[in-house]
Design a protein around this ligand. Sequence first.
Ligand SMILES: *Cc1c(COP(=O)(O)O)cnc(C)c1O
Length: 398
Amino acid sequence: MGDQGKSALFPNYGRYPLALVKGEGSRLWDDEGNEYLDFMSGLAVTNLGHAPQSVKEKLNEQLDQLWHVSNLFHIPNQEKLAGLLTANSCADRVFFCNSGAEANEAAIKLARRYNQKVLGNGRYEIITFHQSFHGRTLATLTATGQGKVQEGFAPLPQGFVYAPFNDADAVASLINANTCAIMLETVQAEGGVITATPTFIKAIAELCEQHDLLLIVDEIQTGMGRTGKLFSYEHYGIEPDIFTVAKGIASGFPMGAMLAKEKLAEAFSAGSHGSTFGGTPIATAAGIATIETMLAEGLPARVAELGDYLQAKLKEALAGNSFVEDIRGKGLLIGIGCTQPVAAAVAAIHAQRLLVVTAGPQVIRLLPNFYVTREEIDRAVAIIASALAPYGAETVKA
Ligand SMILES: *Cc1c(COP(=O)(O)O)cnc(C)c1O
């Protein structure tokens, strides 16, 4: 494993030296039969744990019925999932696609087309934020406020400007006659688990109102229960005009969705946008089972409770460790901010059979599934404390 010289794959991922072959609930096994406790959930995707029964049953049923027909036909599963999503959010309309980047691409296109075709004002510019992450297509990597994601891909599409996060005055100073939208994550997850303050989000919502801008919230990592609400904007008492989901929406079956208010419906008239695979009967079956399970079992509330427990336990266990700067995040999207790069510390945690991931160079990110138990949390915290102990000691010595 890990020897990319022998692989026929592009070397575009820095991979951990592990090949995982089986998963069940919070547990994963590698190709040598070693068991791991999974606190990354395939990057906030397998929110119901690995191979959840409710989704498996619905998928199996659908596999016997119909796999794919094209969006040239009505797809009852799409109607049903869109109904569930809109009944449980501020949105009225849903477009299904296959990934987060595609959902954000759709949001960007919708914002531009609404301004250009419906309002007829020609506006196109979108304000996004430093350290944001919105995807890897040309438009979404341009929306992403990180140079390393954009490097080598010039020329980038026009129409994006960047503001410092949590700084509403800076956003106000960027608004001009071409501005059509502001796009943000309420918790910048890939960017280092940086949470938006309530005053910032309120100010952004007010700026959108004042200047007639669309508010786009990227809920791809924060949505579908991850922060302790079904969608993270609910924490702030605001309603975005557009928001996007993917990652956890179908428990690991690839799917994304772009949701919006009714006024935006006519901007995506027939023929304006589309996707061959978007919302297939199979993908939407997995999505229906996922959200039905989440609602029936009140999982977002469980996430809030267990997230508080995990944060408290981490704070307690890491209190004396000088390598650790702070514990932050919302729900079960938690970052351990460190004073130095964390790559070696993450390897030490993996060596103790706990899977975690980074969020930028100096943050260890925890994303357990929504059924995680207190016992599993205690075990994970003990491993993290033990793996990080030598780093804290070293920093003290230096
Ligand atoms: C993962 C992620 C994306 C990109 O999703 P893909 O499915 O990888 O295209 C976009 N925005 C946020 C906030 C993400 O976490």
